[in-house]
Write a protein that binds this ligand. Sequence first.
Ligand SMILES: [Zn+2]
Length: 83
Amino acid sequence: MDRVSDFGVLWILFVALVIYVFIPLALSSLVVWILIKILRTQNKNKKAPYQEHGGREEFRCLGCGAIINSKQESCQACGWTWK
Ligand SMILES: [Zn+2]
């Protein structure tokens, strides 16, 4: 009878350990993994527009955001100029 109740206590402790230790650890590592994945995709999206018109000859207009060639005197879209 005593052995059976000891086994029951051990079983409850084991279940409590799984519920309160292993599951939170697994969930938190899963959340961290998801956050890292989201951050990486956001960085990719941020870099994309700059890579499209890469090169020192071109930059974005401060007035309207259009791409300007550095050889041009002003923005072809809105007339904004830096000189
Ligand atoms: Zn412009």
